[in-house]
Write a protein that binds this ligand. Structure first.
Ligand SMILES: Nc1nc2c(c(=O)[nH]1)N[C@H]1C(S)=C(S)[C@@H](COP(=O)(O)O)O[C@H]1N2
Ligand SMILES: [Mo]
Length: 403
């Protein structure tokens, strides 16, 4: 792992005693971004958002700065944004929004407005929304794609209705195998395949899969899927369709670029509890369940730290078994100490962790964290390579200078 220069562009002292990063633009960026990608990343201003790291503007791809993971809930105005197509609907367009449910394995097609959705039982779930390509920018050798650092993810309290309740209203025929999903965004070039995805019927009928209309107690921000998006807890965010406006209950596997070519990994590379059988072939599977992972949000790489010590803070998450333990090293991996876990907000949520360093000798201090899930899954020791650069869960390393 490349070690970044320490002591660059440092500003005010944060509450924990480490030096927080201030005005320097570099400071806001995820560390270890591949050479040549850093110049592109600037703090973009997006309506309704505080500073996010702009990776591309058309379509909008904006990353959450690492400092936002000091708390287990990611605020709406700091939540990352990822789109594949640049035809994003406006609030004006969405005034006439409705959701149709049909398909060859639906008993009767129905159409629901927002007031209709409110008549279903409302449920809440706290869950991590993470792009499959989170941390792709840290792959070595380099993998093409949006060069995400650590912030293509967030954890929110989602409120809405169960997908299974909505499907039941339309009626699921016995031959159904998949639920197809479409959103309101479009491609300016008609030759570009629309971003449509599907999930197995078994997943669609789980109690935890929601059509969410609220995020952290507020309506969904426009760029996070207003007025309704799918929530598939434990699964990477590619299935979390934003501006969800059409659902088909289908007896056939969806066929398109986004499900058959993109978002796939070598078969059996990552553990899954519920295989997406109708989309598997001999060599590749759709990327589905997340892997256990953690991020250190404080201190930040390159910060100055006092000899009296500081607190290491971050979050850990997995694919829905929950976090059993997080360990932190302050000596580059020679010794590991158990971190204190924060509030349990449910098995799909970020679990906060912290560790007070105690007094430290002057000089560089190499910090890392590693999480283990309740099923004993641990973060990868070395990068699990795959062509699209998904599921990077190698423990993050950072260095602070104790003085
Ligand atoms: N309509 C629509 N929904 C979408 C996408 C998209 O391009 N269009 N991208 C998916 C992917 S790959 C990700 S990572 C998440 C990102 O969610 P966010 O923008 O709310 O952070 O949205 C998912 N849902
Ligand atoms: Mo994604």
């Amino acid at each position: 792992m490349r070690r970044r220069d320490v002591l660059t562009g440092l500003g005010a002292v944060a509450a924990s005693g480490t030096t927080a990063l201030a005005a320097d633009k570099q400071a806001w960026m995820s560390p270890h971004l591949a050479d040549g990608t850093r110049e592109v990343a600037t703090m973009g201003k997006v309506p309704g958002k505080q500073g996010l790291i702009q990776l591309t503007d058309r379509p909008p791809n904006y990353e959450t700065p690492i400092e936002a993971f000091r708390t287990a809930i990611t605020p709406n105005d700091r939540f990352f944004v990822r789109y594949h197509l640049s035809g994003i609907p406006t609030m004006e367009d969405l005034k006439t929004w409705s959701l149709t449910i049909g398909g060859d394995a639906a008993e009767k097609p129905i159409k629901l407005t927002l007031p209709d959705l409110r008549t279903f039982k409302q449920v809440e779930i706290t869950a991590v929304c993470q792009c499959s390509g989170n941390r792709r920018g840290l792959f070595e050798p380099h993998v093409p794609g949006v060069e995400w650092g650590y912030g293509a993810m967030g954890n929110a309290v989602w409120r809405g209705v169960r997908l299974k309740d909505v499907l039941a209203r339309a009626g699921v025929k016995p031959g159904a195998i998949e639920v197809w999903l479409a959103g309101a965004d479009t491609a300016p070039n008609p030759a570009t395949p629309l971003f449509h995805k599907s999930i197995p019927l078994k997943v669609a009928l789980s109690d935890d899969v929601l059509i969410a209309t609220a995020m952290n107690g507020q309506p969904l921000p426009l760029l996070n899927g207003f007025p309704a998006r799918l929530i598939v807890p434990g699964w990477t965010a590619t299935y979390w369709m934003k501006h969800l406006n059409a659902i088909q209950i289908s007896s056939k596997p969806l066929t398109n670029f986004w499900i058959q070519k993109a978002y796939r990994v070598p078969a059996r590379l990552f553990p899954v509890d519920v295989p997406f059988e109708s989309q598997q072939d001999a060599n590749t599977w759709p990327i589905t369940e997340m892997v256990v992972n953690s991020v250190i949000a404080e201190p930040v790489d390159g910060a100055k730290a006092p000899k009296a010590g500081f607190t290491v803070r971050g979050v850990a998450w997995d694919r829905g078994h929950g976090i059993k333990a997080v360990e932190v090293t302050l000596d580059g991996g020679k010794t590991w100490k158990p971190a204190v876990l924060g509030q349990d907000m449910g098995k799909y949520a970020f679990r906060a962790f912290s560790l007070a360093s105690g007094a430290l000798p002057p000089g560089p201090c190499d910090i890392s964290a590693r999480a283990v899930s309740n099923t004993g899954e641990a973060q990868a020791v070395t990068l699990v390579r795959n062509p699209a650069g998904y599921q990077n869960n190698v423990p993050q390393t950072l260095t602070v200078m104790v003085a």
